[in-house]
Write a protein that binds this ligand. Sequence first.
Ligand SMILES: NC(=O)c1ccc[n+]([C@@H]2O[C@H](COP(=O)([O-])OP(=O)(O)OC[C@H]3O[C@@H](n4cnc5c(N)ncnc54)[C@H](OP(=O)(O)O)[C@@H]3O)[C@@H](O)[C@H]2O)c1
Length: 263
Amino acid sequence: MDLKLTKKIVLVSGASKGLGYAAAMQFAKEGTILFINSRDDIKLEKAARLIREATKTEVIPMAGDITLPGTVSAIMEEIRKRFGKLDILVCNAGGPPSGSFESFTDEQWTSAINLSFMSQVRLIREALPLLRKSDTPSVVTLTSVSVKQPIENLILSNSVRAATAALTKTLAIELGGENIRFNSIMPGWTKTERVQELLGHRVQQNNSSLEEELRKQSAAIPLKRLGEPEEFANALVFLASPAASYITGLMLTVDGGFYRGTA
Ligand SMILES: NC(=O)c1ccc[n+]([C@@H]2O[C@H](COP(=O)([O-])OP(=O)(O)OC[C@H]3O[C@@H](n4cnc5c(N)ncnc54)[C@H](OP(=O)(O)O)[C@@H]3O)[C@@H](O)[C@H]2O)c1
């Protein structure tokens, strides 16, 4: 299938590693022109170099903390100056820490909201003028399967990502008349550094080993394994692409069947 992504202008935030990096690499393989972002400029430069070497496409790293309004404005200004439009926006960043309800302060709640919700609000708001210049505008937000089925000991993520899902669906309705598509990907347990950290906490809590926690988590997934970042990226790139032109407002789980509901 032709995803019709050649020369499309794409921005992926939170893309130096993990799911964001896998998505960026897959977009580059499809011949897009890529802007990538994350905080650590050395790691981001390295990610850009690896993607360029693997795909021979143009990759422009824009380092900065996506929770800061100044970072978002600077990225959009650079895209505007160089290309005058944005075809695809992928809103991603790291996730909030694990813990139970009574372990978190107001400051930690505010910081989770800023990281996983307000960063996406600002990215989308600032990107809209550039998306309106595209003939195939599309936005994908990264949330989590925890929106559909809360994950134990992840109350910050479970709660805040539900707001992002609602934001995505509302924008699909509000801006559908302008042909701007909004979808969300809800990853399940996928092999990244963040998941290693989360399982590391369980090792401490349960006085077990990483192998044991991995075995227990895999057993709870119908496909009996964690996902690969590339499997997640394949779904995301299709959903964002013009090939998915009649799909908007979709909350797509990519979770090996982890979510047990029927809706
Ligand atoms: N992996 C999974 O199984 C899974 C499942 C459900 C949901 N998710 C969610 O999907 C998202 C990506 O997960 P992941 O596993 O790929 O995480 P990850 O391995 O921790 O990677 C996060 C990426 O975002 C960047 N980042 C973090 N904070 C940022 C900020 N404030 N501004 C700009 N960039 C920032 C990181 O680079 P720097 O540190 O250099 O900034 C890194 O490139 C997270 O929100 C996560 O909670 C993941």
